[in-house]
Design a binder for this molecule. Structure first.
Ligand SMILES: [Zn+2]
Length: 268
């Protein structure tokens, strides 16, 4: 299927500019988004919807970067988006959801539990704005029974399209997930916030090579530190073994965003 790479939220994070890397899938059943970045509502009401933390992450909040505006520039309509697959429910991933009120919003049951029930103090603070999606139809997914590239609990989302897999990857948050997409000549694995810096995928690189502020942020918002570390190791191993057959991207690395965008522009 055709996959577009969209940056739906540049952030002027101190010393390390970040993006919100969103995938737009053209399927036989309409358009599908993986994550949604920031939306028009965030631009209209940044203090209410993003809160004080916006002074740290410093989102640019340009309406032209929102998924809905980029989709319109591609010649589609907001109503063409039938499904939104969320890696997790942090505000920089769900802000665009409200621009697509007709879309079904998919998330793991564990993530919905942590966000909507607020099981811990950490999660009550973290997800206070998850209620933005009150008007959306939420589809929760329990762990599946399949495996993919050594990852278990995988659910093929066949009802959406062939070649769209939900891959549970808890660690950054209680029910964080990745999505594997069959792009024809390669698979794309959107790993959300399982890691931040592109060098994480290189097993020879040292963690000290990653800017301190990104390592600090990674620790500050992590739900399970041991699981998050293991996820980083597993993704680096997959990158080493799969090479260019699997394009591993994440939500915030501008390097991986540019690299995958460039690859998508090249003829297969
Ligand atoms: Zn994020």
């Amino acid at each position: 299927m055709k996959v577009h790479h969209l940056n739906c939220g540049s952030m002027q994070f101190p010393t390390s500019p970040l993006v919100c890397h969103v995938l737009l899938l053209e399927t036989d059943n309409g358009l599908v988004l993986v994550d949604s970045g920031f939306g028009l509502g965030d631009i209209a009401q940044p203090a209410v919807r993003i809160g004080g933390f916006r002074r740290v992450i410093r989102p640019v909040l340009d309406s032209e970067e929102t998924a809905v505006r980029q989709i319109e520039r591609l010649g589609f309509h907001a109503t063409d988006v039938r499904h939104i697959l969320l890696t997790h429910l942090d505000y920089d991933h769900i802000g665009g959801v409200s621009d697509f009120p007709n879309a079904h919003v998919h998330v793991t049951s564990a993530e919905a539990l942590g966000a909507f029930q607020g099981l811990s103090v950490f999660e009550r603070r973290r997800y206070e704005r998850a209620q933005w999606m009150r008007e959306s139809t939420i589809v929760e997914h329990q762990p599946g029974t399949e495996t993919w590239q050594g990852f278990s609990g995988v659910t093929p989302l066949d009802a959406i399209a062939d070649g769209v897999l939900l891959v549970p990857l808890p660690g950054h948050s209680r029910g964080h997930a990745a999505y594997a997409i069959d792009a024809g000549d390669r698979w794309i694995l959107h790993a959300g916030d399982a890691f931040y810096h592109h060098t994480t995928l290189d097993r020879r690189s040292r963690r000290s090579e990653i800017p301190f502020i990104l390592r600090a942020q990674e620790s500050f918002v992590v739900y399970d530190r041991a699981l998050a570390r293991r996820n980083r190791e597993r993704l680096a191993s997959l990158h080493a073994s799969a090479g260019t057959d699997i394009d591993i991207v994440n939500a915030h690395s501008p390097v991986l965003y540019e690299r995958s965008s460039e690859r998508a522009r090249q003829p297969a």
